[in-house]
Design a protein around this ligand. Structure first.
Ligand SMILES: NC(=O)c1ccc[n+]([C@@H]2O[C@H](COP(=O)([O-])OP(=O)(O)OC[C@H]3O[C@@H](n4cnc5c(N)ncnc54)[C@H](O)[C@@H]3O)[C@@H](O)[C@H]2O)c1
Length: 350
């Protein structure tokens, strides 16, 4: 089968397959050198994992799911199970699930015996359009999200679009917000499709969003300027997630509120016309993201944004839209501007 796209990064190239009913074809798409271990969560084991393992003659390793289990304890459990079942350097991890499973089991694969072959089978919209692409894997630390991780390109990404048929509506929406981000940063036709609901064809949305991310991570594997475009909506979005202790909103919803905040700053800076920013905001609101709780701690959002700054050096970096399909990275953001963006978002709930 011909891949939908091949991601060509400095450290490795790998195919991304995207189509319906691919789960039945996995054995022909995977080239393992040794034993295969399917790593998935309990609900997804029943839904997809057992079937995939049977077709690959693989063992299944089950992990707890949820952001609170995306940590080194779960990574250690995976390593323990791999060792107990005799995994070797030529073994392959086939990771089946959303971004939580992909990030956690992907990170375990990156460090087990200094790294074994990894294949992602993303089953959420968010994982298909975002987290499974680009080779970033990580788990959380008590003091922050995704603080322990690696750049670890997979051997392949297999996105079976039919798996999305069972995705709960709210998880679907979370991925649609990430796809919308992709449209604003790199594909006006994707944005326009998402702007008019009757025209939304989810399979097409996935393919277009994969293309945006694949182009960016192919040009910039390790997060220099271009890859930072993917952080549109994330500075304030991360702040909101952190202030809510990663509960209450999905990742995509937090990014969506973060995009509204970034748009407000972009308008204030004169980078984008108010009516163009308004178009983006209108799509987000029309999809009814879960509202931010009115009692959210504004200072905690701002503190988390400052924490982001510490991680990147001494500058505050944000991504702003210049037009639909074009964004730009700025590294001269003041604390007052971030506060302005946060207040623009909180103004809606207070
Ligand atoms: N590595 C990266 O570049 C990157 C990028 C973006 C996000 N992420 C990470 O991704 C994670 C979020 O991932 P997510 O949004 O996929 O959530 P998730 O992995 O937590 O999955 C959400 C829920 O969907 C269920 N589910 C998954 N597939 C299903 C299906 N096909 N049918 C029915 N239910 C299904 C899961 O069981 C789970 O309950 C976060 O931890 C975030 O940090 C990583």
């Amino acid at each position: 089968m011909t891949p939908f796209i091949t991601i060509r990064q400095a450290s490795a190239s790998y195919p991304v397959y995207a189509g319906r009913d691919l789960l039945g074809e996995i054995a022909s798409l995977i080239h393992a050198r040794g034993r295969i271990f399917v790593i998935t969560s309990a609900p997804l084991r029943d839904r997809f994992g057992e079937r995939i393992a049977a077709s690959l003659d693989a063992d299944v390793i089950e992990i707890e799911e949820g952001e609170s289990h995306k940590n080194l304890t779960t990574v250690n459990d995976i390593v323990t199970q791999l060792l107990a079942r005799g995994a070797k350097r030529d073994s392959m991890a086939v990771v089946v699930g959303g971004g939580m499973v992909g990030d956690t089991a992907g990170f375990a694969a990156s460090i087990f015996l200094r790294g074994i072959d990894l294949v992602h089978i993303p089953t959420t919209l968010l994982a298909q359009v975002d987290s499974a692409l680009g080779g970033k894997v990580a788990v959380n630390h008590a003091s922050g999200k995704n603080l322990i991780g690696s750049f670890f390109p997979p051997r392949a990404v297999i996105s079976d679009l039919s798996t999305l048929d069972s995705l709960p509506r709210r998880e679907m929406l979370s991925g649609l917000f990430e796809a919308l981000k992709g449209g604003v940063i790199g594909d006006a036709s994707l944005f326009e499709m998402l702007e008019s609901p009757p025209r939304i064809d989810v399979d097409e949305v996935v393919r277009k969003a994969i293309q945006v991310k694949a182009e960016i991570v192919s040009a910039d594997e390790r997060e220099a300027d271009l890859r930072r475009l993917l952080n549109y909506g994330h500075t304030i979005g991360h702040g909101i997630e952190a202030a809510l202790d990663y509960r209450h909103l999905t990742h995509g919803e937090a990014v969506a509120w973060g995009m509204i905040g970034a748009n407000a700053i972009a308008v204030q800076r004169g980078l984008i016309e108010r009516n163009v920013a308004g178009r983006i905001d209108r799509v987000i609101r029309a999809w009814n993201p879960t509202p931010i709780p009115a009692d959210i701690d504004r200072d905690a959002i701002l503190a988390a944004a400052e924490h982001d700054k510490k991680n990147t050096g001494s500058q505050r970096v944000m991504v702003f839209p210049r037009a639909i399909g074009t964004c730009e990275v700025f590294s001269d953001i003041t604390e007052a501007e971030i506060a302005f963006g946060v207040d623009a978002v909180l103004g809606e709930v207070r």
